[in-house]
Design a protein around this ligand. Sequence first.
Ligand SMILES: Cc1ncc(COP(=O)(O)O)c(C=O)c1O
Length: 424
Amino acid sequence: MNLDRDHAITLDAADPLRHWRDRFVLPQDEQGRELVYLCGHSLGAQPMLAAEFVEEVMRDWRRMAVEGHFAAIHPWLTYHARLAPALAGLVGAEPGEVVAMNTLTANLHLMLVSFYRPAGGRTALMIERHAFPSDRYAAESQVRFHGLDPARDLIELAPREGEDFLRTDDVIEAIGRDGPRLATVLLPGVQYLTGQALDVAAITAAARRAGCTVGWDLAHAIGNVPLALHDAGADFAVWCHYKYLNGGPGAVAGAFVHARHARDRALPRFAGWWGNDRATRFRMAPEFEPAPGAEGWQLGNPPILALAPVAASLAHFDAVGLAALRAKSVALTGYLEALIDARLAGRVTIMTPRDPQARGAQLSLRLECDRDRARAAFDGLRARGIVPDWREPGVIRAAPVPFYNGYQDAWRFVDALAAELQVT
Ligand SMILES: Cc1ncc(COP(=O)(O)O)c(C=O)c1O
């Protein structure tokens, strides 16, 4: 492994996607110097096209006000549907199985209302112990909503003692063991803290064998790793668009409902008028007639201004294709890993799985020193213009995003961390 900066420069020059960086606005320091932005797992950088798409909506709104619902360049009445084909491609779904709406947590509640239906001996909801807090709060509150006790009916999966991430076999075994009492399994496609990509196909198959429903939180997975929700047979999934999807802070989120539920009117759901079938929505009738597919879970009319940056970002994903992004991502994250191994061994532990198939872009690093020293090293990185993020009690997460990061970014990050940790 060539550790020189010159080698990183050579790798960047040979990167077929290198020009995509120019289509993003990367953050700068106060002197106007570009930062090394490695936080796309938290908030993706801004695609330049986003401003254009937002301005198009602003212009249509100025020019035609209410008529924009029908006469805008992209009519607002169906603006959300414009996103569906690209989203479907990213999660491996049919366009009718996906919808952009609400926030991730709101969508999670809507999905759990429909698909977590404790009955008879099947009352438990399985999540992971280190689930993102919002997922835990949603899951726990849903258990309580059904009059059940989370101490009994919220089952938590944890990595083995001394290990950082879940083993697929352990997850499958747990699902088999608890199968008869499971109503639903809810897991992340990519775990937010460790960056582990779970085996969606194998775990979904195990849950379905066990006779329960299964849903996925894809916040850190969409646009990061390839997904095949339809073929896997998942019942539902939810995600946000502000991480690898570069849709902007608080961007409208997304949801997937498998086609086998598309016309199931027996499913309980919390309804709103925008979920009504488009053909009858404006009859304003008292009866709710759900639109077939994921659109039937919509509540209110979507925030068009917030959908516009997501549409812009999806246009980029369409142009490049996830396969090319993923190929670069595997190479770039592998390069980052090799640099860390070579220069920071003993000082830093990579918590993320070593198998490229079991991770996305992100590597999570545990600094092998006390918390204050680790925090000082992180603050030092920021002072050097490097932007990863920090999770207590001493984890640095860094994601080289294939759209706008390069090999020199990875090199500068590791070089700066070595300097902060005084590794010679
Ligand atoms: C894994 C995961 N789940 C849920 C959420 C919450 O999403 P939201 O605030 O958009 O509802 C996040 C936010 O970062 C997340 O990373």
